[in-house]
Design a protein around this ligand. Structure first.
Ligand code: HAM
Length: 420
């Protein structure tokens, strides 16, 4: 049997991993400047955490979860998203007691059994940020701005920030009722799933990919006219802050997002370069979720960036040069090899990238390897040089060679390697 990876699960090869690291580094840097701290939660949680948070009628819960049973028959699910887990940890660890406003981020894999296609995988990765405890519209704007700053910092421009408000527990039922009425008059044009959803959870009809259903919802009533005064004011303030920060946005009253927990502001950062999978990031406010999961009545807002989609966009405009080792040690002879091995170890402890050839090959073969790896400098030491206490340092770009005193080798190398 020839083993291959499972459909929708892919390898991230070394050539790509550097770009991933740069994006994660950018996220850590941008998020730290906004006061966010990292949280790591388990990949596996009780199934009910997700079904309750995301909603029974959503595609994620009804079709896409990877669920298994423990020895007592209890359902456990590989996380399809991070928000529910972060909220679970916030409640379980009483994080709100340490600080009334918790700003948390996490980076890692998510699992959804969707039909794989360009930009859509069954294991994918998100950079996720959540701000818990602040009800104000400034937090909504701040999170959208933070997401835009991150994507810009990562090298992506030409993205469209779409925003909407889904109202609150007070005004959403009015919209829900109107939508239900509208859908029931067009029942025949809906797919079987949407006929059911139009009764139980009509907002979910917006997620349907079937052409007939898409056509029906494209002319559905707009939620905007149903928003109560506090929701209208909240949304107006969000827009005000975005405009002041010179972040362009598009009002999109059909942006309901595929998860049930959202209240008030929702947003999606979209691209026109990835076909159907056009969302690079998505998020919104979820003021009822902490309470729904058994915690205090604390509001929250957050978003997640899809790493694979950012990578796909970066690929379209890639200009990053591959990096090579700081130093290659070409040792000739057993004694020299031993000494070089230990020098390499000392420099590696100081974060220099040092490569060596352990095959006791000739100088020509080793120089060829150093060249292939793209090493910046090569240290050449043979047993004869070792006896004389001398070595040769060659700069691969200028081809200049200089004699090195082996007694003070590490100090001099440190200095030379730090300055390119
Ligand atoms: P989501 O819209 O389901 O939201 O996912 C966020 C992002 O993850 C998407 O915009 C997309 O870039 C990426 N993504 C989703 N599914 C896939 C997939 N199958 N393959 C590749 N990329 C994918 C959430 O997950 C919410 N938890 C976001 C949030 C955080 N809301 C509040 N806080």
């Amino acid at each position: 049997m020839e083993f291959t990876s499972i459909k929708g699960f892919k390898d991230i090869l070394p050539g790509e991993a550097g770009k991933w690291q740069r994006l994660e580094k950018a996220a850590r840097r941008v998020f730290a400047s906004f006061g966010f701290q990292e949280i790591k939660t388990p990949l596996l949680e009780w199934t009910e955490l997700f079904s309750r948070s995301i909603g029974q009628d959503t595609d994620i819960v009804s079709k896409e979860m990877y669920t298994l049973k423990d020895s007592k028959g209890r359902g456990m699910t590989l996380r399809p998203e991070a928000t529910a887990s972060v909220v679970r940890a916030y409640i379980q660890q009483r994080l709100y007691q340490q600080n009334p406003i918790q700003k948390l981020f996490s980076i890692g894999p998510m699992f959804r059994h969707e039909r794989p296609q360009k930009g859509r995988f069954r294991q994918f990765h998100q950079i996720n940020a959540e701000c818990l405890g602040d009800p104000g519209p400034i937090s909504d704007a701040e999170l959208m701005i933070m997401a835009m700053v991150l994507l810009e910092y990562a090298g992506l421009n030409n993205l469209a920030l779409n925003i909407n408000s889904l109202g609150c527990a007070g005004c959403r039922p009015g919209f829900r009722g109107a939508l239900k009425g509208y859908l029931s008059e067009r029942r025949d044009a809906l797919c079987a799933d949407c006929r059911r959803r139009s009764e139980s959870n009509p907002l979910r009809v917006f997620d349907c990919k079937v052409e007939g259903c898409k056509e029906v919802v494209s002319r559905a009533p707009s939620i905007t006219v149903f928003l109560c005064k506090p929701c209208q004011e909240h949304f107006a303030c969000v827009q005000d802050y975005l405009a002041d920060a010179r972040i362009p946005f598009v009002l999109n009253d059909h942006l309901v997002r595929g998860l049930d927990y959202y209240t008030r502001t929702t947003f999606e950062i979209q691209t026109d370069q990835l076909g159907a999978q056009n969302a690079v990031a998505g998020g919104g406010r979820y003021d009822g979720l902490v309470k729904l999961l058994g915690g205090p009545e604390h509001p929250a807002v957050g978003f997640a960036v899809g790493i694979e989609r950012v990578m796909a966009l970066l690929e379209i405009e890639d200009d990053v040069e591959p990096k090579g080792p700081d130093l290659f040690m070409a040792a000739l002879g057993e004694g020299a090899e031993k000494r070089c091995f230990n020098w390499a170890l000392s420099l590696r402890r100081e974060d220099f990238w040092v490569e060596m050839d352990y095959g006791s090959r000739g100088l020509k073969a080793q120089m060829k390897k150093a060249d292939r790896l793209g090493a910046k400098k090569v240290l050449i030491v043979g047993d004869d040089e070792l006896a004389r206490g001398k070595g040769l340092l060659r700069d691969m770009a200028t081809r200049v060679q200089e004699e090195m005193d082996l007694d003070s080798l590490l100090e001099v190398l440190r200095e030379r390697l730090s300055h390119g």
